[in-house]
Design a binder for this molecule. Sequence first.
Ligand code: CAA
Length: 256
Amino acid sequence: MNEPVLVQTDGHIGIATLNRPDVLNALSVELMDKLIDHIEAFDRDPDIRVIIIAGSEKVFAAGADIADMSGATFLDMYDRNNLGRWMRIKMVRTPIIAAVSGFALGGGCELAMACDMIVASESAKFGQPEIKLGVMPGLGGTQRLTRAIGKQRAMEMILTGRFMSAKEAYEAGLVTSVASKEQFLAEALRLAGRIAEMPPIAVKLAKESVNKADELSLQEGLAYERTLFYSLFATEDQTEGMQAFIEKRKPEYRGK
Ligand code: CAA
């Protein structure tokens, strides 16, 4: 059976790999539904502390599946609301790293941006080419690309469909780091490993607080952050982290 998403674990890291190579990992409805199911299952698993979404070295994802949409009417799209279901990804509390090599276009770029960090290979190409198909981004491109790289560059990319190289994406602040084609996945695993060593509850709350920066005013965001900070004093990991510092030893975090 051709599973559109393959999953595996590596210690505390859950890895979901997009697997439709014949169509450049086009995000069919089935793929997207399965991907979100797998990610939510990882999120519920107390042993998983970081999630990686990866494609292949050649392609992350070339966008929503055009064959799925080509004959659709407005009512078909509105009634199915496939893209609306995808918003569940923002409810995931475990940090998600996108490991991107090759094309990350349209919904593929939007999927990467919906993750918390992007580790790119030097061959990565980011773009929102929907305009060339007579439509526009529908999975967050106009909002997240604009927040990530600013209005001037986002507008140009979205209105022309131009692709951005990994180097340009790094310089514009779209991606966390760039590695070679051979090393990008290892680099994503290294980053995931470093996060997995941190106290899991503090990691989840810190992720939540950073993501709130897109939505709240500064005053609201600062108040929200402060409350989350105080709440971590209800965890054993806070006691352990501070005690270990005082005793000059490595902390042992248990996610409690
Ligand atoms: N949907 C369905 N099939 C796709 C696809 C997509 N998004 N992208 C590529 N494929 C298929 C091609 O049809 C082709 O299939 P066949 O071999 O059966 O012909 C196969 O993948 C290989 O593609 P190409 O031959 O085109 O490969 P290439 O190397 O010449 O070009 C590419 C690569 C530039 C990425 C080109 O495939 C392309 O432009 N793809 C479409 C990109 C795009 O427009 N994405 C946006 C989709 S709409 C969207 O995502 C909406 C949203 O916001 C939710």
